[in-house]
Design a protein around this ligand. Structure first.
Ligand SMILES: [Zn+2]
Length: 340
């Protein structure tokens, strides 16, 4: 059978052309897998791709997904009765929430029913690494004997943390960060970003378009970054008491913990790049003058040590670490400018 050439541009997806093309071919050949596992870094486009796939599976127009039919519009608005989004509840104190067995059982009850409007019942399970063991085992049953018209679209940032038996029953699509130039172009042409800001956000995003779009369209996220950078610059000069006070305050706003640590991480990498004479490769290009100043005053070994601690802290946050203690230790280990 010859497969007509299809343009990935018809899908509402920037980049990931190979994945879109694979999905199109599977739909066209009518051999869509019962379970798809979409992996990749946070905000790289996993959920967007899953939603576009859900729309394509139930689209009543051509080419699929048409984006205009009743079904496509319902998927876009989150109101399609046959397309369900299942995700972990919000976590507390900077920790990740958990996907529980009750949520999987609910999914199984619904999966046993015929689709109401569409051709398929589609379940999008986000952040599957957050499923606890009972939930993952329950899900395994559905993966082993999937009801005929059910498609499971699973997403995960940490596929290595999933049960191998779950992964082996899925077709895996591993998304990678997009080229920085592609992110910058999309920000300019699709989201109306200014050239300079698009370039900065694209670099900061590390190729994760969702991250960049969020900062472009949500002024608050951008202001928060500016505030955190100001706090960081101040903390470098501060002593023990002020650093501990900052850590304590931060531990009381759980939503701010991860963004703050990831900003510190990108700042650290940039300081090291400048110290190695690689200014052209920094991410925070709007901070170049401040970074040059800081890089000249901070002992490189302290910056390296701090970066290592930050990387370890990111992992510890997902285990049952004491968040306040963790932040206090980090704050005390922030590099200190050399005196004199
Ligand atoms: Zn449609």
């Amino acid at each position: 059978m010859s497969v007509p050439f299809l343009s990935a541009a018809r899908w509402p997806i920037v980049g990931h052309e190979w994945a879109v093309s694979w999905l199109q071919q599977s739909l066209l050949a009518d051999r869509f897998p019962h379970a798809l596992l979409i992996t990749g870094p946070a905000q790289v486009g996993k959920r967007t791709l899953a939603l576009a796939t859900a729309a394509a599976l139930n689209c009543q127009g051509e080419p699929k997904p048409c984006g205009r039919c009743r079904s496509c519009r319902k998927v876009a608005h989150g109101t399609h009765p046959d397309v369900r989004l299942v995700q972990a509840e919000a976590g507390k104190s900077g920790r990740e929430g958990i996907l529980k067995i009750d949520q999987v059982r609910e999914l199984q009850r619904e999966a046993a029913l015929a689709p109401m409007e569409g051709r398929y019942k589609v379940f999008i399970l986000r952040e599957l690494e957050r499923a606890n063991l009972p939930a993952a085992n329950a899900l395994l049953k559905t993966l082993e004997e999937p009801p005929a018209s059910v498609v499971l679209l699973l997403t995960s940032v940490r596929p290595h943390a999933l049960l191998p038996t779950v992964v082996s029953r899925c077709q895996v699509l591993a998304l990678r960060p997009l080229p920085i130039a592609q992110v910058a172009e999309a920000l300019r042409t699709r989201w109306g970003g200014e050239a300079e800001q698009a370039e900065l956000l694209a670099r900061l995003s590390g190729g994760r378009l969702g991250w960049a779009v969020e900062r472009l369209t949500d002024g608050r996220a951008w202001e928060e970054r500016a505030q955190r950078l100001q706090d960081l610059a101040r903390l470098l000069e501060e002593g023990r008491a002020a650093r501990l006070a900052y850590a304590e305050a931060l531990s009381r706003s759980p939503d701010a913990v991860v963004p703050t640590l990831s900003l510190w991480t990108s700042w650290c990498r940039d300081v090291l790049l400048v110290q190695q004479g690689l200014q052209a490769h920094i991410s925070n290009i709007d901070l170049a003058p401040a970074l040059a100043h800081q890089a000249s005053r901070l002992p490189p070994q302290q910056v390296v040590d701090f970066l290592r601690r930050l990387q370890a802290a990111a992992a510890q946050l997902n285990q049952n670490a004491n968040v306040r203690l963790l932040l206090e230790t980090l704050a005390l280990r922030l590099p200190r400018p050399a005196q004199g």
